[in-house]
Design a protein around this ligand. Structure first.
Ligand code: EPU
Length: 345
């Protein structure tokens, strides 16, 4: 057996079922990463070592424009365990290839609550820190302990804490300085004890009022979050999509006041630093895009922030529609929407 025989290398692999948008693209070469050692083999490989690389997790936040000539590293590292039970927190670790929602569900079943607001987010554990996933008043950074990664140049293991990950709104060092340079292999979560529910989000307040349950369990919050998501967001297994297609833009108080002067119904949230975050979905909706379709790509009819594959969509069509939306929002509100998914060219 030679050095590479243990590495799972495949040629001409269709990525259509590996991206939640269901866009057609073929990877020239794909390596399945099942353990840290596989990454070191890639680094030491005579051809792969220096080749450009694309790291694929659950493929739920990417737009594939064409076939991928970079070496695709598909992260499939599994494993979940309780690392430590402290007085103030449970520390739980999961392999980067684990399904995100399965992790949330498992931690709740084991009696380690804390991730329930992030239930049903598509994708893998390893992709979660890359864009600092967030929903219903919580983001990954709030529950993060540390992560392990392997450097794609040196092959060395590194451990990063929260500050080193430089988490921002749907952002981290893995989308910036370390993009394509480092493979996340394991993530550890810090789930605070005693558990405190996070119920500030308007949609959750409504559930509390409707049900009369004002002290929900973590499982109850999880069920509410799942129901809210199912009502608004398309299931990628049924209708291809990449979640929110644009980030919610942050503007100055003057810009916010200016828009409200013309559109009093603008949905906006005050940020701790004095700026305002605007609901991009509302801006797009206000421009009349909800339910519209161009080629094989549509704007979801229940949440205008989500672009969906209505059948046979291609990556270029997704971008064409995204640009048209950006232009009309800019034309009416003077705001440039920034895409959330990574566009793979
Ligand atoms: N709205 C409209 N029309 C629309 C869509 C939204 O008027 O077509 C209004 C809603 O009525 C609401 C406001 O905009 O008043 C905000 O909508 P929503 O609560 O659905 O949340 P969002 O800001 O659109 C963000 C995240 C989602 C996350 C939800 C819940 C971003 C870019 N998106 O969406 O994250 O699930 O909050 O916390 O921050 C994702 O990133 O892929 C994602 C789905």
């Amino acid at each position: 057996m030679n050095e590479n025989s243990a590495m799972r290398i495949e040629e001409g692999v269709s990525l259509q079922t590996y991206n939640s948008f269901g866009l057609p693209a073929v990877a020239r070469t794909l390596v399945r990463i099942e353990r840290e050692a596989d990454i070191r083999k890639v680094v030491d490989h005579p051809d792969f070592g220096r080749a450009p690389k694309f790291i694929l997790g659950g493929g739920s936040n990417i737009v594939l424009l064409r076939d991928v000539s970079a070496l695709v590293l598909k992260v499939e590292i599994v494993g979940r365990r309780l690392v430590e039970e402290r007085d103030d927190a449970w520390i739980v670790e999961a392999g980067a290839g684990e399904n995100w929602h399965a992790l949330v569900d498992w931690t709740l079943s084991e009696g380690w609550p804390g991730l329930e607001n992030l239930a049903l987010i598509p994708g893998t554990v390893g992709a979660a820190p890359v864009q600092n996933i967030g929903a219903y008043g919580m983001e990954l950074a709030d529950r993060f302990d540390s992560l392990d990664a392997v450097d794609l140049v040196t092959g060395r293991n590194v451990t990063l804490n929260a500050a080193q990950c430089r988490f921002g709104y749907r952002d981290s060092i893995f989308k910036q300085a370390l993009a394509g340079k480092s493979v996340i292999t394991r993530v550890r979560f810090r789930l605070p004890r005693p558990w405190q529910p996070v119920l500030g989000y308007l949609d959750l307040q409504r559930r509390m009022d409707e049900t009369g349950i004002h002290h929900p369990s973590a499982r109850q919050v999880c069920d509410w979050v799942c129901a809210i998501r199912r009502a608004k967001l398309p299931d990628p297994a049924v209708m291809g999509n990449a979640g929110s297609f644009f980030k919610n833009p942050v503007v100055t108080p003057e810009q916010c006041r200016d828009i409200i002067g013309r559109d009093p119904h603008l949905v906006h949230y005050a940020m701790p630093d004095g700026s305002f975050k605007l609901a991009a979905g509302w801006l797009i909706d206000a421009c009349g895009w909800k339910g519209k379709q161009v080629g094989g790509v549509g704007v979801h009819d229940k949440q205008a922030l989500v672009l969906v594959n209505r059948g046979g969509a291609r990556g270029a069509e997704v971008l064409t529609l995204a640009r048209a939306i950006q232009e009309s929002v800019y034309g009416r509100f003077g705001i440039r929407l920034e895409p959330e998914p990574v566009v793979v060219d």
